[in-house]
Design a binder for this molecule. Structure first.
Ligand SMILES: [Zn+2]
Length: 317
């Protein structure tokens, strides 16, 4: 197994190596031929971290471990006799403020930032062992997860990587929230958010998965919430682990955090971080273009579910 820096880096290297040979082919064919050269990856070593869950406030110890080819991502509840919950669309339970998986009554909450980091770092297979109900929130972005994955190292495996390639446009509309996925020769996201707040209003960002773009543009964007929403969440016993160390907390006119935003459009970048994490529940990397307008976890889940239930809309390559 040869350690390398992941899918995004390898894809770019492959492009340089193979580019001239495929110059005569159209974009999609060139992309696919290039991708066929790629093998699946896992972590080179196990790595551990501890923290609190954003919603439960529960202390949790979590270890990422290498997993065999074709495993995908599997959560392992070490406090419940190693009960396994695969990171799959079929186990999505509720997703109002975070994406929660449930299998046979066993809950795994707030999986999206870690899954986003795994997918964004180009890891295909990983066991995620944890001793509590919720993935730790860390700093509210996926930066610490990406660093942890880099510390573990990424190892290439012996099976080719498969992709879910979108062949036909699929769309979801829930009130003024819209999201679609359509054919493309790569994975890209066009995202717009709209909040009546002086720091946000309308923000747009276009993300294209290519060499290192996830780490550069998306990973450090933190989750955010509004003070009025947080009071409501606390009454519902949610956001119990939330603090200014793991979220941007917005008041009517400003924010409670004393440290500045990391980038002015941190909010829309975080939405893209969430989309990447929720789309990871498809079980393999996707080749397609997502357009999201005022989307949230429920819309992401609905779109993935509709896509998978439309067999003519995709193929595995
Ligand atoms: Zn999030």
């Amino acid at each position: 197994m040869t350690p390398h820096r992941g899918y995004l880096a390898t894809k770019n290297t492959a492009q340089i190596e193979w580019g001239p040979a495929f110059a005569a082919l159209d974009g999609v064919a060139r992309f696919l031929l290039r991708e066929i050269e790629m093998d699946q990856t896992t972590l080179a070593n196990s790595v551990s971290v501890s923290g609190v869950g954003l919603h439960t406030g529960a202390e949790v110890n979590l270890t990422l471990r290498p997993a065999p080819e074709n495993t995908g991502y599997i959560f392992v509840r070490t406090d419940l006799d190693k009960f396994e919950i695969p990171a799959s669309v079929e186990y999505i339970s509720h997703c109002s403020y975070a994406t929660t998986l449930v299998r046979r009554g066993v809950v795994l909450s707030t999986c999206e930032h870690l899954l986003s980091a795994l997918r964004g770092s180009g890891v295909d297979n990983c066991f995620i062992e944890l001793d509590n109900i919720e993935v730790p929130i860390l700093d509210g972005s996926s930066e610490d997860w990406v660093e942890l994955i880099e510390r573990a190292g990424i190892a290439e495996q012996d099976a080719p990587r498969h992709y879910l390639r979108v062949k036909q446009r699929v769309e979801i509309e829930q009130g003024d929230r819209r999201m679609s996925i359509e054919p493309s020769d790569r994975f890209e996201i066009d995202c717009t958010i709209d909040f009546p707040h002086p720091f946000i209003n309308q923000q747009k960002f276009r993300f294209v998965a290519e060499n290192g773009s996830y780490g550069r543009e998306i990973a450090s964007a933190r989750t955010f919430g509004f003070t009025h929403e947080i009071e409501m969440l606390r009454k519902a016993n949610l956001a119990l682990g939330g603090s200014l160390d793991n979220a941007i907390v917005l008041t009517d006119e400003g924010m409670l955090n004393e440290t500045p935003l990391r980038v002015p459009d941190e909010f829309v970048r975080h939405k893209i971080l969430d989309i990447i994490g929720d789309v990871a529940l498809v079980g393999m990397p996707v080749i397609g273009r997502i357009t999201a307008h005022k989307s949230g976890h429920a819309v992401h889940a609905a779109l993935m579910s509709k896509l998978l239930k439309t067999p003519t809309a995709w193929e595995i390559v």
